[in-house]
Design a protein around this ligand. Structure first.
Ligand code: PLP
Length: 408
């Protein structure tokens, strides 16, 4: 039999070391549970950073995928397929927008939004060619392509990968005055995560997006919200921008849109915006393939039919309440919205990873983010009993006295 250890060694030998995964090798999964090669079961409290919001192998989504696999899976965009139109309408209506454009990965959708915002700047706003500026936030995460890392504030993401794409300016996240001060006549857009996920589960102060929307309107710049991680129910609203009762000009989606099965991303906009693209200007061989469309469509239907947004709100309140009640001596703050929760540990503990390793030992999968934060983002389908199972183990670890060597 091949052991987890052997598989990890094989992966290390033959693969790049561009990740630092926890030492668990998953072989099977169902719902919120995964099983490793040795047969040990774990509860998945990360859910693929929201890509598994529906849980692993949701029966309806798997069924939709199988059905479509027996019909047609790929046409490329040289021809129409019979799944795309339905998905575009369903997605646009769900978002309260007019048009959608399908891509594969989240980073591709961000790239698509950037291209569209720049084109709008030149064609509609009248910015001189190649002078368009897009404002982004410190501590952002929008993906890993060359242009997207160009506006990362994380040095390791970009230091050896230049020359970088110009045309981006930084402002502190959550500071609407700084945004307004950074706007120039050439500013075409502000790109923001309504809650910063990779940045450490940073929730801006009440009304931030409303002030941002107002500033964007006043200066005629587009508001691009990256809801790849926080959208589709995760924060207890279908979309995070709904907490502030506003609408973005371009909504960027990914992760959960693929139902935990396939990479599916999209940008969703008001009609006059997506209408700016003409044939030849943008595309992707696999974008909007009929298999991905069938899966995404079912993923959206399940989200609505199973009231996953409401469940995220309710279970998220419960999770945060329980975490706070633990009064762990190691915890500085519990933050987040819905089922996106960050537990910030005291910096002198030297990072959240040892905690994640101890949780792993006890059968709870989660991952550190931004060094000191444990992120809990379970599937939105998680039941109260499953949450309690996880919390019992989380409590044991958070209340544990640390081994002397790990104390500051
Ligand atoms: C994951 C993520 C991305 C990138 O998505 P990929 O599918 O990994 O390219 C972009 N923005 C946010 C907010 C994300 O969480």
């Amino acid at each position: 039999m091949t052991t987890s250890q052997q598989i990890i060694a094989q992966t290390d030998q033959w693969g790049a070391h561009h990740y630092n995964p926890l030492p668990v090798v998953i072989a099977e999964a169902e719902g919120v549970w995964v099983t490793d090669v040795e047969g040990k079961r774990y509860i998945d409290m990360l859910s693929g950073y929201s890509a598994l919001s529906h849980g692993h192998r949701h029966p309806r989504i798997i069924e939709a995928a199988k059905r479509q696999m027996d019909r047609v899976t790929l046409t490329a965009r040289a021809f129409h397929n019979d799944q795309l139109g339905h998905l575009l309408q369903q997605l646009s209506e769900l978002c309260g927008m007019d048009k959608a454009l399908m891509m594969n990965s989240g980073a591709e959708a961000v790239e698509t939004a950037i291209k569209l915002a720049r084109k709008w700047g030149y064609q509609v706003k009248g910015v001189p060619r190649y002078e368009a500026e897009i404002i982004v936030c410190d501590n952002n995460f929008h993906g890993r392509t060359t242009t997207v890392i160009s506006f990362s504030s994380e040095e390791t993401y970009k230091h050896d990968f230049g020359p970088l794409t110009p045309g981006f300016r930084f402002v502190p996240f959550g500071d609407s005055d700084a945004l307004e001060a950074a706007i120039t006549p050439n500013t075409v857009a502000f790109l923001v995560e309504p809650i910063q996920g990779e940045g450490g589960i940073n929730v801006p102060s009440e009304g931030y997006l409303r002030r941002v929307r107002e500033i964007c309107d006043r200066h005629n710049i587009l508001l691009l919200t990256d809801e790849i991680q926080v959208g589709l129910g995760r924060t207890g609203k279908l979309f995070c921008f709904q907490h502030d009762d506003i609408e973005p000009d371009i909504l960027i989606l990914g992760k959960a849109l693929g139902g935990g099965v396939l990479p599916v991303s999209a940008i969703v906009t008001k009609a006059d915006l997506l209408g700016l693209f003409v044939p030849g200007e943008h595309g992707s061989t696999f974008g909007a393939n009929p298999l991905a469309c069938a899966v995404a469509s079912e993923a959206l239907s399940v989200l609505v039919d199973e009231h996953l947004t409401e469940r995220a709100a309710e279970m998220g309140d419960y999770l945060r309440h329980r975490l706070n009640a633990m009064e762990s001596p190691h915890v500085v703050e519990v933050r987040g919205k819905g089922l996106l929760v960050g537990v910030a540990l005291k910096p002198e503990l030297g990072g959240a990873r040892p905690f994640c390793l101890r949780l792993l030992e006890r059968g709870v999968l989660c991952k550190e983010t931004h060094k000191d934060v444990i992120r809990f983002a379970p599937p939105l389908t998680i039941t109260r009993e499953e949450m309690d199972w996880a919390l019992e183990r989380v409590e044991a670890v958070l209340l544990e006295d640390l081994p002397v060597a790990e104390k500051a």
